[in-house]
Design a protein around this ligand. Structure first.
Ligand code: NAP
Length: 273
């Protein structure tokens, strides 16, 4: 098994964000909305703030409570020119996603949580996408040299922030795309036939040697909390001596995801002119 090295993508993205932030017509900032008290959500929001600091883009956390709190915070931010964009990361578990999605202002939606931006992505009008899906896309695109003509990508998981938005992204580089979910029969027969397998189902170690074939790129999106720490959806022990290229959990998809929230923020600025 080879471990995919994302350092070139990470360095290029960091440099591009730096250039874009410096040449922006006005100072930029991110507001992270936190609507839950879970320690994991707090940790994620704090790490996003730290990432912003490293990139020279100030970020702060705003807490809200329930639907009314969410609505009033969104209303305030929509009118506040000092907030360039909002990230709802992680998504608030206590709110109906349909409500959150329809409330997100199109031009300040740094993680593409609103259906307006997602619709533009599906129509091919924008390449601003949920940061995790974009991260997977960049890795696949780099691995296949920017064109997946004749290549088959099998996405496991159909969530709005990973699986579904990956469909238009991968189609944009000519991949043939299959999407699987919990009701798909015989997932292994589909994943084995792919050139690229994207594992995003949130089940630690679900994907084993029998799911893969030699030469494949396997992108492990899963970050699953277990008794022994965070693990991906792929059972790395089971595929150790196989001829597969796998993205690691640490220094993998998640590393680019947080950078891409800031990249999205900068890409959204032209919608605010
Ligand atoms: N690295 C990052 O930056 C990042 C960001 C976001 C999420 N994640 C991680 O990625 C994983 C997925 O996150 P998510 O938010 O997309 O999860 P999610 O919203 O819970 O969606 C999980 C998807 O997996 C499918 N699924 C579940 N069990 C399955 C099975 N046994 N066989 C086939 N499909 C199955 C579900 O199918 P149904 O639709 O049929 O229920 C669903 O479509 C999690 O581990 C999460 O922590 C990582």
């Amino acid at each position: 098994m080879k471990t995919y090295d994302i350092s070139k993508l990470k360095d290029n993205l960091t440099a591009e964000i730096g250039r874009m932030a410096t040449s922006a017509a006005k100072p930029v900032s991110l507001l992270i909305l936190l609507g839950t008290e879970s320690p994991d959500a707090e940790y994620y929001a704090d790490s996003l703030v730290k990432k912003g600091k490293k990139l020279g883009i100030p970020a702060k956390i705003e807490r809200y409570s329930g639907k009314a709190g969410f609505d009033s915070v969104i209303k305030k931010i929509d009118r506040d020119p000092s907030v360039s964009a909002i990230a709802l990361s992680p998504y608030p578990a206590d709110l109906d996603f349909r409500h959150v999605s329809s409330g997100m202002p199109l031009n300040k939606d740094a993680d593409c949580s609103g259906y307006r931006l997602a619709g533009s992505l599906f129509w091919g009008f924008t390449d601003i996408a949920p940061a995790t899906a974009k991260s997977v896309f960049l890795i696949a695109s780099e691995f296949f040299g920017g064109d997946m003509s004749g290549k088959h990508a099998v996405i496991c998981g159909r969530s709005v922030r990973v699986g579904k938005p990956l469909v238009p992204l991968l189609l944009s580089i000519n991949a043939t795309v299959t999407i699987c979910h919990s009701k798909t029969a015989d997932i292994a027969s589909l994943t084995k036939a792919a050139d690229c397998v994207i594992c995003a189902i949130g089940r630690p170690g679900f994907f084993k040697r029998g799911h893969f074939s030699p030469g494949q790129l396997v992108i492990d999106v899963g970050i699953n909390k277990t008794e022994t720490g965070f693990t991906g959806d792929v059972d790395t022990g089971d595929i150790e001596d196989s001829d597969i290229t796998l993205t690691p959990v640490k220094n993998g998809v998640g590393t680019l995801t947080s950078l891409l929230i800031y990249k999205n923020l900068l890409d959204l600025l032209h919608l605010q002119e």
